[in-house]
Design a protein around this ligand. Structure first.
Ligand code: FE2
Ligand code: FE2
Length: 281
């Protein structure tokens, strides 16, 4: 077993960089998820976190690039960086579309940028990497929901769905990359669990604040039927935000590793959905 904890039984999943093309200008309705403003704006709230957030992930991992001595991990880090940069690019295109609808999403992008610039200034590199692995875990469990909880994808417009599926697939592929870098550079248990404890509150909170601001600007705040529908969709009996808690709690085990939840079969299972949008590898 080496310092990343990658023993002989390690789940090696190829991290593949794919260049993608999506056509979001096609007749995508304003409420492209389930014809619901509340649900669509939740997805947009998630999307606006990606461009700045993923740049932060890339930089916090890149900081330790020279210290990685496992050639497999080195290769995966390079692919991770390319994947995240490409996610940012496509989510920016999506976000620009929402901004053009007069919903002011660009202001949230700038807000996220300001927060992360502050974090870069005050937090040591290892703490920044701990924030990255915590958020990567959040992203990975949300991705797993997206790929396994049919309720989440059923209502998506067919032009937008492949973007989310592709992103979820690649988040699954690279879910352990930043984590293994953290392990290899001697990141500690308490730093990562204290960071996650903050995020379990902060991340859903910021998502809902952005969602509410979008719904308000769209004058749908008093659409109670839609609000209730979203509440059931997200927090109801098999709501995806409720379903992720056991997976988030697993993070607190001392010997936690992202591949303890082995869901790599999903990468192949969804090929039919994202495959047609691959334009290069
Ligand atoms: Fe990503
Ligand atoms: Fe990621």
């Amino acid at each position: 077993m080496d310092s990343t904890g990658r023993g002989d039984d390690y789940v090696h999943v190829p991290v593949v960089y794919r260049r993608m093309k999506f056509d979001l200008d096609a007749d995508v309705p304003r409420y492209w998820h389930s014809e619901s403003a509340w649900i669509t704006h939740f997805m947009s709230a998630l999307s606006v976190l990606f461009p700045e957030g993923e740049r932060f992930f890339i930089d916090s991992v890149r900081h330790y690039e020279r210290e990685i001595d496992d050639p497999d991990l080195e290769r995966e880090v390079r692919a991770f960086i390319k994947q995240e940069a490409h996610h940012s690019h496509h989510h920016q295109a999506y976000n620009d579309r929402v901004t053009a609808q007069g919903l002011g999403l660009d202001r949230w992008d700038a807000f996220v940028g300001r927060i992360l610039r502050f974090v870069r200034r005050v937090a040591p590199p290892k703490v920044q990497l701990a924030a990255t692995i915590g958020l990567e875990h959040f992203t990975a469990v949300l991705a797993n929901q997206l790929l396994t909880n049919e309720k989440l994808t059923r209502g998506m417009h067919p032009a937008v769905r492949p973007l989310w599926i592709w992103h979820a697939i690649e988040e699954t592929e690279h879910k352990a990359v930043a984590f293994d870098v953290y392990q290899q550079v001697g990141g500690g248990y308490w730093t990562r669990v204290l960071m996650m404890a903050r995020m379990m509150i902060g991340f859903p909170l910021i998502l809902h604040i952005i969602q509410l601001s979008l719904v308000r600007r769209d004058r749908r705040l008093t659409d109670w039927r839609d609000a209730l529908r979203f509440a059931r969709f997200a927090w109801g009996r098999d709501g995806f935000l409720r379903a992720i808690w056991p997976e988030l709690r697993a993070w607190y085990h001392r010997d936690f590793h992202p591949w303890q939840m082995d869901n790599r079969q999903l990468i192949e299972a969804w090929r039919g959905e994202y495959g047609p949008h691959v334009v290069g590898m």
